[in-house]
Design a protein around this ligand. Structure first.
Ligand code: F0G
Length: 464
């Protein structure tokens, strides 16, 4: 018989997780004010809140932890990372930061300004991640979403639904003066629109357009390796290329990138800002020193720089990516089998459940995807995250809720952390809630929220 697929790693160290009763979960959820971020991790059985910083490091990475050089300046761990950044991403200049949003803060301080210098400015791209949008909008500028329309049809099977619509981008470039467009940012893969990849052809097209209009192009590279895997497996001409060759080509079209290395760096904390040109690197390093730390550590411990140098290489191994993306797809396929509406094609790091179709009776004013998230937790201790109206925040001018085209519940799979049995468990939990969906007609209302990034701290109560 044909041999089945099996993970290209085995487990050396385990961490116990505990199942809870429905009564315990009801109590925990009420105490958490119906915000999944407020749960204690001990109250969660399978935690799919995020794939960020939750991956399992390899024995080679743990070895680097022990070898970490904690010198303030010029640590050997920094030079190991520098070599890995060059080899895997192709950049000569980079600054470490403690995580992705810190990298965004530093880079945007240079490109937009450290204060509210952004008034009247726009930053186009595919759907910006919430912290990226936060850093743009808190500076007074606007993040303009130029994602292709097909991204907003959750049923449509297209290979690169993270792509930028070049027509929309061109329209932004012609409607605004060059000096009002500090940069363009393309997120690979596009988390906010469902973990969908961006094709090489599209990156190339965006880069050409940016160059023509004199606008710098940056990648948000949090999941660049998964994006490279999709290019290899879906885009004509790339099947025989290596993941790292593809990654370097992706980056070759950009002036630089920010990266949360908690994703495709497979480390628990860390971030990067990479640059093609030395001049921008120099200007930005001043802000990095102010906000993060000296250029050779930037908010990271030496041991974490070392672990990241290994993680970047491991995350760009084809066998690893095949298992990683395959495990996410296994969860997706099970859900489809059970009739649960999910976004297609499956994302690289997560399955996005279409909450509007799952719970059609819950009014949009009562936070549909959040309601679904609470139900999955109550059913089986599974924690996902809302990617819907709460995440979309209010319009900065009108203070009205912004209702996004899609209300999604994201089930993000940590790297190398859970087994396929866990995926089957999660799918069964979803199937059980789906079976009683008719009885779920009301959602939640907000008791307390913050002005931006409200989903992290929002407090809710059941709507009646
Ligand atoms: N960009 C993207 C595309 C992200 O997904 C994230 C984080 C960031 C930037 C910010 O990085 O967390 O290291 O500061 N995403 C996590 C998530 C939080 O759950 O998707 P960070």
């Amino acid at each position: 018989m044909e041999l089945p697929f099996a993970e290209p790693y085995r487990i050396k160290s385990v961490e116990t997780i505990r199942r809870t009763t429905r009564t315990e979960r009801e109590r925990a959820m009420a105490a958490a004010k119906y915000n999944l971020f407020n749960l204690r991790s001990e109250e969660v059985f399978v935690d799919l809140l995020t794939d960020s910083g939750t991956g399992a490091m390899s024995s080679a990475q743990w070895a680097e932890i022990m070898l970490g050089d904690e010198s303030y300046a010029g640590a050997s761990s920094y030079y190991k990372l520098k070599a890995a950044v060059k080899e895997v991403m192709g950049f000569d200049f980079f600054l470490p930061a403690h995580q992705g949003r810190a990298a965004e803060n530093v880079l945007m301080s240079t490109l937009i300004g450290p204060g509210r210098e952004g008034a009247g400015k726009v930053v186009p791209g595919n759907s910006h991640f919430d912290t990226t949008k936060g850093h743009i909008e808190s500076r007074g500028a606007r993040a303009l979403d130029c994602t292709v329309d097909e991204a907003f049809d959750p049923e449509l099977e297209r290979p690169f639904k993270g792509n930028v619509d070049l027509g929309k981008l061109e329209a932004v470039f012609t409607a605004h003066k060059r000096e009002d467009i500090p940069f363009c940012i393309v997120t690979v893969t596009c988390n906010t629109s469902g973990g969908q990849p961006v094709s090489m052809e599209n990156i190339r097209g965006v880069a050409a357009l940016c160059r023509r209009h004199g606008v710098p192009l940056f990648l948000d590279a949090a999941r660049f390796a998964e994006n490279a895997y999709f290019i290899k497996t879906r885009e004509r001409g790339y099947a025989d290329k290596g993941i790292r060759d593809i990654a370097r080509e992706m980056f070759s079209y950009a002036d630089g990138c920010t990266m949360s290395s908690k994703k495709d760096g497979i480390v628990n904390i860390g971030g990067l800002i990479c640059f093609r040109e030395e001049e921008l690197f120099r200007r930005t390093s001043t802000y990095n020193i102010m906000y993060e730390g000296f250029n050779t550590y930037g908010g990271m411990a030496g041991r974490d720089l070392g672990a990241l140098s290994v993680g970047l290489r491991e995350a760009t191994e084809f066998d690893y990516l095949e298992a990683r993306v395959g495990q996410v797809a296994r969860l997706g396929s099970k859900l489809v089998e059970y009739g649960v509406p999910v976004m297609k094609p499956f994302g690289g790091h997560a399955i996005f459940v279409d909450a509007k179709r799952f719970l059609p009776k819950v009014p949009k004013e009562e936070y549909v995807a959040q309601t679904l998230g609470v139900e999955l937790y109550l059913e089986g201790g599974v924690r996902g995250v809302e990617v819907g109206t709460l995440l979309a925040d209010r319009d900065p001018d009108t203070r009205e809720n912004r209702y996004p085209a899609l209300e999604l519940l994201r089930l993000a799979v940590p790297r190398r952390t859970y087994t396929n049995d866990h995926m089957d468990y999660v799918a069964a939990v979803c199937a059980n809630v789906f079976a009683r969906r008719e009885s779920i007609a009301r959602g939640y209302r907000i008791l307390r929220e913050s002005e931006i990034l409200r989903h992290f701290t929002v407090e809710l109560e059941p709507a009646r």
